[in-house]
Design a protein around this ligand. Structure first.
Ligand code: SPV
Ligand code: MG
Length: 435
């Protein structure tokens, strides 16, 4: 039955209901009939609240709270759509709007409410020890191997493009984990992390030729895992010989890595961006298929992915060869195909994607737009791409900055001149959260 009471709206983006939520609802009830919006999965991701429960489960959770008038799905983190339609008399929110992304949402709410005379109620945010603990445990749970590992496949079903950034240390992991951009319409952040062989090797001052051994690469993974929750895609180079690759698969799975990408090269591997300027040998199709199958047979969990990387365009073997390999590798069990190119224009990548998608609508396509970097994620998505990897930008950003600092100190025989370009010591010591 329709009531004439005022409507009070609030949005929940949580997997659990704690005292803080209940306090907010109790406060809301004083103003009228309470309607709760449950934020949809894809927007939860942008807000770094990766859902461990389905939308339906989260709706049920809210419905169990007594005296809720209605529960609806909120499809955007910004309130415009839902509020313009529902026109609630009040929107209620905790007064914890300190993060930049929250400030943007607050501004958006106020501008929508202003249009029709609705009011914003801000109640003191409940922040006791128990709630802090629950919040922390929720986040830490996401870093557990099973949950982290499964997250990439889940993301592929939740969002159109998985935006993946290179990381090579705990610190770069924190950048991938915490960097958020927010403007009046959007909030966004990276979905996954790429542990590049190029950057992992360069960080150690070594060439990208499979010289840095797996034990060392696993230590990099561990450093990153200790301070992050987002899923990891590991650059497995050639995967080595099949007899070794099966052990790598087991170790990565056990650690909670979501996917390994192996490239169809054999012998001394050099970085793909050299192309044919250096001697590089592509593997035989059948031989590489055997390696993929061996890896798939060794794998114990459902959710781990082995992605096959095709070097035909890098080594100028032609589009037909690239496509032939893509279908063969998929049939051998690959869970995804990465196609690489070192051209400045994206044409050959897009041609590959279109031709592959004409025959296969499902298998995820991964691309690394390092040299053809003018193309946007939306354009790649339109050609069927599912994962975009920004493979080396953090390392390339850090190197010139560090070199400039070193040069400036050498030149001036003091650190004063470079200081204003550096992160303050105060910020450095507060950058890392303590438990
Ligand atoms: C890496 O990041 O190590 C890669 C991608 O393999 S590329 O450097 O472009 O070959
Ligand atoms: Mg590599």
């Amino acid at each position: 039955m329709k009531s004439d009471n005022p409507i009070v709206y609030t949005c929940f983006c949580t997997d659990i209901i704690h005292d803080g939520h209940l306090n907010l609802i109790n406060e809301a009830k004083k103003y009228g009939d309470v309607v709760v919006g449950v934020l949809c999965d894809s927007e939860m991701v942008k807000y770094n609240r990766f859902p461990l429960k389905t939308t339906e489960e989260r709706i049920e959770l809210v419905k169990e709270i007594p005296d809720i008038k209605d529960v609806i799905v909120q499809n955007k983190i910004m309130y415009d759509d839902v509020v313009s339609e529902l026109k609630p008399d009040y929107i209620i929110h905790g007064d914890n709007w300190s993060e930049e992304s929250m400030k943007v949402i607050r501004r958006n709410i106020i501008s929508v409410l202003d249009k029709y005379g609705g009011k914003l109620i801000e109640v003191p945010y409940t922040f006791n020890e128990k709630i802090q603990k629950v919040d922390r445990q929720m986040r830490e749970k996401l870093a557990m191997p099973e949950l982290r590992r499964a997250r990439l496949r889940k993301l592929l079903n939740m969002i159109p493009v998985v935006k993946t950034i290179e990381v090579h240390s705990g610190l770069t992991g924190l950048i991938a984990e915490k960097t958020v951009v927010a403007d009046d319409e959007h909030i966004d952040q990276f979905d996954a992390m790429w542990i590049s062989s190029l950057c992992d090797s360069t960080e150690k001052g070594k060439p990208d030729i499979e010289l840095v051994d797996m034990t060392s690469r696993f230590r990099t993974i561990n450093d990153i895992m200790e301070v992050t929750t987002k899923p990891i895609i590991f650059d497995g180079d050639t995967g080595g010989i099949a007899e070794h690759f099966v052990y790598t698969v087991r170790s990565l799975e056990r650690m909670g890595v979501s996917a390994v990408i192996i490239e169809d090269k054999i012998g001394l591997k050099k970085n793909s961006l050299f192309g044919n300027e250096v001697k590089q040998t592509q593997d035989e199709i059948d031989h590489f298929c055997e390696k993929i199958s061996a890896g798939k047979n060794a794998q114990l969990s459902e959710d781990f992915m082995i992605i096959a990387r095709i070097e035909s365009l890098i080594l100028e073997q032609g589009m037909d060869d690239a496509l032939k390999r893509a279908f063969a590798f998929r049939d051998a069990g690959a869970d995804g195909i990465m196609i690489h190119s070192r051209r400045k224009e994206p044409d050959e990548i897009l041609e590959f994607c279109d031709k592959f998608r004409a025959e296969d609508k499902e298998t995820p396509i991964v691309v690394v737009p390092s040299s053809y970097n003018t193309i946007t994620e939306d354009e790649l998505k339109a050609h069927g791409v599912n994962i975009v990897i920004y493979a080396n930008q953090l390392l390339r950003a850090a190197f010139p900055s560090m070199q400039n600092a070193a040069k400036s100190i050498l030149k001036h025989h003091r650190a004063h001149e470079i200081d204003e370009k550096l992160l303050s010591i105060k910020k450095i010591i507060t950058l890392i959260d303590e438990l």
